[in-house]
Design a protein around this ligand. Structure first.
Ligand SMILES: [Zn+2]
Length: 80
């Protein structure tokens, strides 16, 4: 079990996600991003906008997610 927060995953708040794998945590952060998008949360809308800019460049997006994956892998596991 590892923990990353919304900001670390390209979001805008300190909400923590707990997951065993990077794919799992990326999915949680995506779901949370969509929830906040529906609530029209300004900070998250801005963060999502920046992510969308990144998605325009597939290479930059791949690099970003590989870096995040490495960051996740390097985290010390948390019991529970
Ligand atoms: Zn958030």
């Amino acid at each position: 079990m590892k923990i990353m927060n919304c900001k670390q995953l390209g979001g805008a708040c300190d909400k923590k996600f707990h997951a065993e794998t990077f794919d799992e945590i990326a999915e949680m952060s995506k779901q949370h991003g969509m929830d906040m998008f529906q609530k029209n949360d300004e900070a998250h809308l801005k963060a999502m906008n920046e992510m969308q800019q990144l998605m325009q460049k597939p290479e930059a997006m791949t690099e970003w997610s590989e870096n995040k994956r490495k960051e996740f892998e390097a985290l010390p596991p948390v019991p529970g």
